[in-house]
Write a protein that binds this ligand. Structure first.
Ligand code: NAP
Ligand code: MG
Length: 401
């Protein structure tokens, strides 16, 4: 069988621990036999990040901007314990944070569905993708306590001269707390464009919820910016694709999402996205079935799994034990990247291969063959699920493929 040829490389960002092992197997067992894979390779494993003073992460992100499509393995974000474990020069920053900053992108998470694995909300038969605006609000806020008898103001200055002064509260009757937060028009606009690009790509409607009735300036600014960009740059494209954008109050969005059958993009402000992404992920089942893509406002893509490096499984693997680690989300990172590359370069066989690999993966699970994390979730008439180890699962998919 001749292998599918590629034109432009996919930027490949290798990673750490158990996912680094899965990475190699996915390529060897599922991709390389059928695709003459062309990648621009960067090793984002912690050792290499340490050796290059994290320069490799910056170069990888710049390559993603250059080529437009990247696929990333999960990586360790070091903490004090990792600094000790790997004898690091420094507690390097999260690679995902660095890449997100350089690509100025938004992270979209969407569950991967298979028959037999029923979400906790049974009406959700299609995936709900979540976009979280990962900038500003309470995550970059300042706060302090205020004593009884003190007054707190919101003050804006320019070159030391006061522009405006608004009373937050007169604490005459007792002590309390205050908080100051901000956001940037530039960041909200980039977020809006990433969301609209994603919705067009996925062919799903986009819902934004905020609290503009209460927050008449702050949340209202999100509503206005989204509406302006939608009307000016995206409305026609959306209409052509048969989808729509809707702004409504966050409470209303929550109610509508619960009643929906899925198949939508839920655009969240920073805090809502933090909370709701955990709720939605849990409702759909396993972390191993959650895909993730970073989309830049000018349409550059970095695909990855939403989960981490699965450290506990890796230590078992190092002990020579078999693990049953779910590779589905990492397979989706590869199929997402290959299909996007095929789309951009006009190689339909590449998209076709990616879609077939996804179908083979899902039908393997639906036929009852899966990794340990899915076993307790799986319920299908006349099928008793079989637990496979990490490698057996990939071989079973290859057989189906
Ligand atoms: P994790 O790697 O996602 O794993 C947490 C637990 O979830 C695992 O121990 C496992 O549960 C289950 N799990 C996650 N993915 C699974 C899979 N594919 N198959 C089967 N079970 C899976 O999170 P963590 O343990 O908090 O973090 C480990 C490392 O990953 C950390 O160093 C962190 O910095 C990094 N991390 C990286 C990213 C990223 O690169 N995007 C994201 C998150 C975390 P059981 O042990 O019960 O089987
Ligand atoms: Mg959270």
């Amino acid at each position: 069988m001749s292998r599918i040829k590629m034109k432009t490389p996919v930027v490949e960002m290798d990673g750490d621990e158990m996912t680094r092992i899965l990475w190699k197997w996915i390529k060897e067992i599922l991709i390389l036999p059928r695709v003459d894979l062309k990648t621009d390779y960067y090793d984002l494993g912690l050792c290499e990040r340490d050796r290059t003073d994290d320069d490799v992460t910056v170069r990888a992100a710049e390559a993603a901007l250059k080529y437009g499509v990247a696929v990333k393995c999960a990586t360790i974000t070091p903490n004090a314990q990792r600094v000790e474990e790997y004898k690091l020069k420094k507690m390097w920053k999260s690679p995902n944070g660095t890449i997100r900053r350089i690509m100025d992108g938004t992270v979209f998470r969407a569950p991967i569905l298979a028959k037999g694995i029923t979400p906790y909300v049974p009406g959700w038969v299609k995936p709900i993708a979540i976009a979280r605006h990962a900038y500003g609000d309470i995550y970059n806020s300042v706060e302090c306590r205020v004593n009884e008898g003190e007054k707190a103001y919101l003050v804006v200055e320019k070159d030391g001269a006061e522009i405006s002064r608004t009373l937050i509260h007169d604490f005459a009757d007792g002590e309390g707390i205050i908080q100051g937060m901000h956001n940037l028009d530039k960041s909200i606009s980039a977020f809006a464009r990433s969301c609209f690009n994603y919705a067009l790509d996925a062919g799903v409607p986009a819902w934004l919820g905020a609290k503009d009735t209460i927050s008449k300036t702050y949340d209202h600014r999100f509503k206005d910016i989204f509406n302006e960009i939608y009307e000016r740059e995206y409305k026609q494209k959306f209409e052509k694709a048969g989808i729509y954008f809707m702004y409504t109050l966050i409470d209303d969005v929550v109610a509508r999402v619960m009643r929906s059958d899925g198949g939508l993009l839920w655009i969240c402000k920073n805090y809502d996205g933090d909370v709701m992404s955990d709720m939605v992920a849990t409702a759909y089942g396993s972390l191993g079935m959650m895909s993730s893509v970073l989309v830049s406002p000018d349409g550059k893509y970095e695909y990855e799994a939403a989960h981490g490096t699965v450290t506990r499984h890796y230590y078992k693997y190092l002990n020579g034990e078999k693990t049953s680690t779910n590779s589905v989300a990492t397979i989706w990172a590869w199929t997402g990247a290959l299909c996007k590359r095929g789309e951009l370069d006009g190689i339909p066989e590449l998209c076709d291969f990616a879609k077939k690999l996804e179908r083979a993966t899902i039908s393997t699970i639906e036929a009852g063959f899966m990794t340990g994390d899915l076993i307790p979730l799986f319920k299908r008439e006349n099928i008793t699920p079989v637990k496979l180890d990490s490698e057996e699962f990939l071989l079973k998919i290859a057989e189906k493929l």
